[in-house]
Ligand binder design. Structure first.
Ligand code: C2E
Ligand code: MG
Ligand code: MG
Length: 761
């Protein structure tokens, strides 16, 4: 994971967290809002039904008082209406009601006005005019035959709020007066001061339709003793208007007021008497307070928890980020120079290499860095590496990368593909690096060498950074071994042949053991008879992959590394074994020619080993022709001749291969005791070449053939590809022809089937 990926991942984590938090909060708020609404509605209903109940209680109380007063009036109807009777009646009924004062005011000519107080004070000259105007009003109403309840008034005498009932009194059928009973509003207090209003979370005032508070509840939240609900400004003007409008219509309404930052719900319920209203206030969330508290607490806890988690995550995020950054730095950067390391370089460069050929990759190395380390010490060597990084960093452009992969190995990715440009840029870098002086000394010349691969040169179908690096290292190796060039450009063709060479060298021993070297046979045709007069054994390397490798691709390598003698000996044995097989099968064996390398020919025990093979397979040496190259004769003709003679003594026949391809000389032909001369296909090719003098070639060839006849040397011409070729060599008097005209080299099996015991047709 790189830094960008880490940041991306952490960002995603944070976003996920925020999203989850928002969802939780939104869901919580929604649920709480819903619950609140439901509970609010339930509470409102509760408030309405309870207030209704209190209203009924008040009406019931008033009803009872009325009845008491009515009963008293009826009683008086049939009594003599004497003062004593009145007093007694009042006192009797006193036990059963809350009346504070009872009065009788005679109507018309009935001159009887009595007032009795609760402390039994009797005033037989009571005057209606001395009564409160509210009482006078209902007395006059009662005189008219209508019962009534007065408005609440302040009684000067007792300094209490009072109200009165008035009923008409009859004597027989004649109305004689009105009976009034005054009560303290405390009777309502008994009803309204009930502490269980709204489960203890509410209180009720009795108010008039002008908003005056008639009976004030002691449980109220507003501590001041207000005379009107509008006083103090707790109810807004707008709400006041609304309330007044509802009261004018005598209908129920709800409102809210704010006191000491808390808001309270209010229900105004008309009592139905004198424009009275019950002013019911809900002081808290009532019965569901616990639930509300729970909900509020849960909400607070959730928010606190989310904050705590956010803090933890922020800290975690920072820790992870910083830790990972440290880790990333350690795993992506070279601790010494601060440059990218090879891993990071790979991450950055690989996508680019995969997407375009417009790049070149260079590897830079210091010559004899180990020596610098030893002579100048590791501190100086380290500062050289830091200096190299500095120089490179100053030369790379945007979208170009560099890294230190190991010790003194630097890679640079350029976006140029022009050889000259890259060469110049690298030379400039090298020139600057060379200017480094160890501890101020400038007597040591730093030498650099580099390998470069250019994307457009290779045009790899399946490119990746590893492959490019392998190519670049390959070029670097060449630059290392070259004293002339310090910058070497990778060449695909060269590289492929080097790869093959490498493969050949590293696999040859195993291949020989596994029998991957196969003997193919190419017939040699007797030009007189047209029959197969022999065959040349030509090696083919068929690895497990099945892709055939031809001698031209590995024989030169084997000649260099000495493996050729092993292979040749192996081929001689294959030829001997094949001849033995043919004999055993009852076929007439054809002589086989085997190519012999120079190395093998000069091996000390060569002849003994050859003899051992003849003995092992019990075959005559005459069936084996050993093809040697003309070049062998150049060195020591005497020694060569001696070997040839010894081989001929064993029965082997000796052929000089590729005659005419190199330094052919009639001298060697004369001095070597060979049995056969193989003209290289060059001879036939030259005859075709229009630049050559055709007639002169023919003369030379004719002469050579003449000479061989005299020396009793048979001639074979290689490379016969056409009928004309055959005609021509026949005309010279050559004995054998070999070439694609007759057959390509084929497998032993095919050869046996085609040519053994059969006349060539
Ligand atoms: P060579 O010994 O001169 O073998 C003849 C080469 O000419 C063979 O190539 C053969 O396939 C090719 N040839 C034959 N007729 C024609 C033709 O009509 N036209 C053309 N264009 N080519 C023809 P090959 O098999 O690729 O072998 C190449 C060389 O490798 C051989 O040349 C020989 O020098 C060497 N070689 C092959 N096998 C062995 C071996 O077992 N040991 C050693 N030391 N060298 C071998
Ligand atoms: Mg040959
Ligand atoms: Mg040849």
């Amino acid at each position: 994971m790189n830094e960008r990926a880490l940041q991306k991942r952490l960002k995603r984590l944070t976003a996920a967290f925020i999203l989850i938090s928002v969802v939780i909060l939104a869901f919580g708020s929604l649920a709480s809002y819903y619950l609140r609404t439901v509970l609010g509605e339930a509470l409102s209903e509760q408030m309405v039904s309870e207030t209704e109940q209190y209203k009924i209680n008040i009406l019931r109380q008033m009803d009872a008082d009325y009845q008491t007063l009515d009963t008293l009036a009826s009683f008086l109807r049939y009594s003599s209406m004497s003062t004593d009777a009145f007093i007694n009646a009042f006192l009797d009924s006193k036990e059963h009601n809350n009346f504070e004062q009872l009065c009788f005011f005679g109507k018309g000519d009935v001159d009887l006005n009595i007032r009795v107080d609760s402390d039994k004070d009797v005033d037989e000259d009571a005057e209606l005019a001395s009564m409160d105007e509210n009482v006078i009003k209902i007395v006059e109403q009662a005189w008219d035959g209508r019962s009534g309840v007065s408005r609440i008034y302040r009684d000067e005498h007792s300094d209490r709020n009072m109200f009165a009932y008035a009923v008409p009194v009859y004597a027989g059928d004649r109305q004689v007066g009105a009976l009034t009973a005054s009560l303290s509003t405390d009777v309502f207090s008994d009803v309204l001061e009930n502490t269980s209003i709204l489960g203890g979370e509410g209180y009720i005032h009795l108010i008039s339709d002008s908003g005056a508070i008639l009976v004030r509840s002691e449980n109220r939240v507003v501590k001041e003793e207000l005379n009107s609900i509008y006083e103090g400004g707790y109810i807004s003007d707008r709400e006041q208007e609304r309330i007044e409008a509802a009261m004018a219509d005598g209908v129920q309404c709800t409102t809210e007021f704010t006191y000491e930052d808390a808001s309270y719900k209010v229900l105004l319920e008309p009592v139905g008497v004198n424009g009275w209203y019950l002013f019911c206030v809900q002081t808290a969330e009532g019965v569901s307070r616990t639930i509300f508290n729970l909900m509020t607490n849960t909400r607070i806890i959730t928010v606190v928890m989310l904050f705590a988690i956010l803090i933890v995550i922020t800290f975690g995020y920072r820790m992870i980020y910083q830790g990972s950054r440290r880790l990333i730095r350690r795993s992506y950067y070279d601790p010494l120079t601060g440059a990218y390391n090879i891993v990071k370089f790979g991450y950055e460069v690989d996508p680019l290499i995969k997407s375009t050929y417009d790049y070149s990759l260079a590897a830079l190395n210091v010559r004899q860095f180990k020596f610098i380390n030893e002579i100048f010490g590791s501190r100086e060597a380290d500062s050289l590496l830091c200096y190299i990084r500095k120089v490179i960093s100053e030369h790379v452009r945007p979208e170009e990368y560099y890294c230190r992969s190991s010790e003194d190995m630097f890679y640079i990715l350029f976006r140029d593909t022009d050889r000259e440009v890259i060469h110049d840029r690298l030379q400039e870098i090298i020139r600057e690096i060379s200017a480094f002086g160890f501890g101020g000394r400038r007597d040591y010349q730093i030498l650099m060498y580099c390998g470069v691969v250019i994307g457009t040169d290779v045009r790899d179908q399946d490119p990746d950074v590893q492959k490019s690096m392998t190519h670049v290292r390959f070029a670097l190796d060449t630059a290392r071994s070259s004293l002339k060039h310090n910058i070497w450009f990778y060449d695909t063709r060269l590289h492929e042949s080097e790869i093959l060479e490498n493969y050949v060298e590293s696999h040859m021993n195993q291949a020989l053991e596994n029998g991957e070297f196969k003997m193919f046979l190419q017939p040699k045709i007797d030009l007189k008879t047209g029959r197969v007069g022999g065959a040349e054994a030509l090696v083919r390397w068929i690895p497990d992959s099945g892709k055939m490798i031809y001698p031209g691709q590995f024989i030169p390598v084997f000649e260099n590394n000495g493996f050729c003698s092993n292979l040749d000996m192996y081929m001689v044995e294959q030829a001997c074994r094949q001849i033995r097989t043919w004999i055993d099968q009852g076929s007439d064996p054809v002589p086989l020619s085997v190519n012999q390398s120079k190395l093998l020919f000069y091996e000390a025990d060569y002849i003994d080993r050859m003899k051992a093979l003849l003995d092992k397979y019990q075959i005559s040496g005459e069936l084996i022709t050993l093809e040697i190259l003309e070049g062998l004769a150049m060195e020591n003709t005497d020694e060569l001749n001696e070997k040839i003679l010894r081989l001929r003594e064993l029965g082997f026949r000796i052929s000089m291969d590729d005659f005419g391809s190199g330094y052919s000389s009639l001298n060697t032909l004369a001095s070597l005791k060979i049995d056969e001369l193989k003209f290289d296909r060059e001879f036939l090719l030259r005859l075709k070449d229009s630049n050559m003098d055709y007639s002169r070639q023919i003369v030379i060839m004719n002469e050579i053939v003449e000479l061989t006849k005299k020396l009793k040397i048979k001639t074979v011409v290689e490379g016969v590809e056409t009928e004309e070729n055959e005609e021509l060599i026949k005309s010279f008097g050559c004995e054998y022809g070999q070439g694609f005209y007759y057959s390509r080299p084929v497998s032993v099996q095919e050869f046996s089937e085609k040519y053994l015991n059969h006349k060539y047709a």
